[in-house]
Design a protein around this ligand. Structure first.
Ligand code: NAD
Length: 332
């Protein structure tokens, strides 16, 4: 049995995590869950939204699967999701965007991967209010973080047989910060002569992804652009309901859907469990459970293609748990 930390999260998190857990168990993968609570409710009970025992569990098991966690806007505690990535030094966030037949989407045949830097940039939390009418935030870019995330993108491209890496930046304006990111990316690219390398300015990248997404393959970029561009890519293939992700450090990996806790649907058994289930597929592959991963992926695709037992965002009327039941039935 392989022990994995399971974090249900809050809002709609516990519903999708329960549905996804059942699907992953039905795949036959030998997973032993260690359930750990984090989020707003834990904050009320224990005084911290991210108890040390959660981090200890992830460090011990080296793999975690998590549901979304709510972050209050503008005040209150810092994002637990950001804190978790920083505490565990999960420096690369992998967000694949791939067409799934049957999902209503503006494009077909999309197969993009966004690699987002996960530890610095405007997420460093160095922000202050200067008097009533001014606020400042500091963007941090280091050679070390840039180098390891770009290297991660190239290693991923090589391992997955992909042909091109595109570095995304705004170095024409942010000459020092994004300039350093781009300079570092170019230097790392010289070591990977088997993979094509190019760069794009982020605003142009946004337009190109809408006009000709098929020209791109693996995209690597600083934290904030990664956050935005990966949602754009999720939109190309049908939205947040089907967008999975993995956060990777040297030894630890945490898998989670791209979407948040969709609090307005809490307790309604309504939201789509697919993004969480596909995050579980990424996790199973990472654990070497390739057959179980393929089994889950095929079953998800079949249920979506048939379109009968899918959630509202995919045009159906099934609830979170009914869609999971349908996926489990497909696996036989
Ligand atoms: P959200 O992703 O929770 O929801 C945006 C909208 O997308 C929802 O209203 C819903 O219409 C749709 N949606 C999201 N997930 C869906 C699903 N599984 N199935 C169907 N439709 C779905 O984004 P938000 O409203 O900006 O954020 C809500 C909270 O989640 C915030 O507190 C935010 O900070 C947090 N958040 C957490 C994470 C994370 O845990 N990694 C990521 C993003 C946002």
């Amino acid at each position: 049995m392989r022990r994995v930390t399971l974090i249900p999260g809050d809002g709609t998190g516990p519903e999708i995590v329960e549905a996804g857990r059942r699907v992953i168990e039905a795949s036959g993968a030998p997973i032993d869950w260690e359930v750990m609570e984090a989020g707003a409710e834990v904050m009320e009970r224990t005084g911290t939204p991210l108890p040390e025992e959660v981090l200890e569990s992830i460090r011990r098991n080296r793999v975690a699967l998590k549901g979304p966690i709510t972050t209050p806007i503008g005040s209150g505690f810092r994002s637990i999701n950001v804190a978790l990535r920083m505490e565990l030094d999960l420096y690369a966030n992998l967000r694949p965007a791939r067409t799934i037949e049957g999902v209503k989407a503006p494009y077909r045949d999309i197969d993009l991967v966004v690699v987002r830097e996960n530890t610095e940039d405007l997420y460093s939390g160095i922000e202050r209010r200067v008097g009533e009418d001014r606020a400042e935030s500091i963007k941090v870019i280091t050679r070390r973080a840039s180098e390891r995330v770009v290297r991660f993108a190239f290693e991923y491209a090589r391992r997955e047989g992909r042909s091109k890496v595109t570095a995304v930046h705004k170095a024409n304006i942010l000459k020092y910060t994004d300039g350093l990111f781009l300079e570092t990316a170019r230097r790392v690219a010289e070591e990977y002569t088997d993979i094509e390398f190019e760069d794009r300015i982020v605003d142009n990248m946004a337009m190109q992804l809408v006009q000709k997404p098929w020209l791109y393959d693996v995209l690597v970029m600083p934290n904030l652009y990664g956050d935005i561009i990966s949602d754009l890519c999720a939109g190309l293939v049908g939205g947040l309901g089907v967008a999975p992700s993995g956060n990777f450090g040297e030894e630890i990996a945490v898998f989670e859907p791209v979407h948040g806790s969709a609090p307005k649907y809490t307790g309604m058994n309504k939201v789509n469990p697919t993004a969480f289930i596909l995050s579980g597929v990424l996790m199973l592959r990472h654990l070497g459970e390739v057959e179980a991963a393929d089994r889950v992926f095929r079953a998800v695709c079949e249920v979506i293609r048939e379109g009968r037992e899918v959630t509202y965002d995919l045009g159906g009327e099934a609830g979170t748990s009914q869609m999971a039941d349908a996926i489990i039935r497909k696996m036989g």
